[in-house]
Design a protein around this ligand. Structure first.
Ligand code: NDP
Length: 332
């Protein structure tokens, strides 16, 4: 039998298991000329999928109700009638949350399990690694000796941003949700300091103490009150990279926030949002650089691997509870 996960309801507030529906179908898939039969091996669950589950206007179409959800997937080619792929190849692409599926091959890229773990192509060598690299380099414009603050620092994007900051000679401060994560930032990822936002009463003061010279680059993965606190500490010509706003993705009302304009004006500072696909032309160079740093042990990564197709929705929901360290991936 083939299993599929459909979007049953548009979540209100935090997503719940009831928003997803599992269906089973007979395995009678057939492959026509130009097509491939794929077996799903790893599924990426990502905070941005929350946006696609609502029907608000965004940079991509929302998921349709009662249709399969899709995200980054690593799959094995079981059968191929497409000249670009052969049986036994491993591929990465945006695919449905299905245990098996037929694809035209469009948008699929071959991945090499001898060069990196397959799951790494969903993280450090995939979308989140590219987000970290392109967002920091292209928008953050980091310079040696500057101070970089990263929120969501122990997650897939944040943990890579901080390490790149260290490689480039910046002082790096990470903000994360537990003491264990703060310890990981320092011991595994080489951050200079970490702040647990769940146990810190005055975030503005804690950031000022950790960054006595002020903040030159803020890589923002979370939005909300944490990011407001960073603003009080920015330097002249500071750059804020608006990568994500997970703190407000489940809000049902427009969030209240401080006005950012006076901070930007008096510091001649900038704030720029981005979508990783804006930088598609930079991807080959970015992957080359990230792979090189990995091979030279300048960069490392963490993954939280949840096992079982049936656990995909819960793994996704758990992102909003900070249950992951590094990239959250589901192994099928
Ligand atoms: P993560 O691996 O960082 O997982 C999400 C983390 O967010 C959790 O582990 C949790 O860590 C933290 N978190 C959850 N709720 C809150 C909250 N209310 N306040 C503060 N932190 C919270 O995910 P990714 O690395 O995949 O993504 C990070 C961000 O980057 C997301 O906002 C995502 O949407 C965005 N993104 C943007 C892209 C783009 O193109 N612009 C592309 C990819 C990702 P903790 O325990 O520390 O709270």
């Amino acid at each position: 039998m083939i299993q599929t996960i459909l979007l049953k309801n548009r979540p209100k507030g935090t997503p719940s298991p009831a928003d997803f529906e599992f269906i089973k179908e007979e395995d009678n898939l057939t492959v026509e000329d130009g097509q491939l039969l794929l077996e799903t091996l790893y599924v990426s669950v990502d905070p941005y999928l929350r946006g696609r589950m609502s029907d608000a206007k965004s940079y991509v179409e929302p998921f349709e109700l009662n249709k399969p959800i899709h995200s980054g997937v690593i799959a094995k080619v079981l059968e191929s009638k497409n000249d670009n792929f052969k049986e036994g190849d491993y591929v990465s692409g945006m695919l449905d949350w299905k245990t098996k599926q037929v694809s035209s091959g469009k948008g699929l890229q071959k991945v090499d399990p001898s060069k990196a773990d397959l799951s790494a192509y969903l993280g450090i060598l995939g979308m989140t690694g590219l987000t970290a690299y392109c967002g920091l380099i292209e928008i953050g414009k980091p310079k040696e000796g500057e101070t970089l603050v990263v929120s969501g620092a122990a997650g897939a994007v944040g943990s890579v941003v901080g390490q790149i900051g260290k490689i480039l000679g910046l002082k790096v401060i990470g903000i994360a949700g537990s003491d264990e994560k703060v310890e990981l930032l320092k011991s595994k990822f080489g951050f200079d300091a970490g702040i647990n936002y769940n146990t810190t009463e005055n975030m503005t003061k804690a950031i000022a103490e950790a960054a006595p010279n002020g903040v030159d680059v803020y890589f923002d993965n979370v939005g909300g009150p944490i990011s407001d606190a960073v603003l009080f500490n920015i330097n002249k010509f500071a750059r804020t990279v608006n990568c994500g706003a997970i703190a407000v993705y489940n809000n049902t009302e427009i969030p209240k926030s401080i006005s950012v304009r006076p901070f930007l004006i008096k510091n001649s500072a900038s704030m720029q949002g981005f979508i990783v696909s804006n930088f598609e032309d930079k991807f080959p160079q970015a992957i080359k650089t990230l792979s090189g740093w990995l091979a030279d042990d300048k960069l490392t990564y963490s993954e939280t691997i949840v096992e079982g197709f049936e656990n995909i929705p819960q793994a996704f929901i758990d992102l909003f509870d900070g249950k992951n360290k590094g990239k959250m991936v589901v192994k099928i």
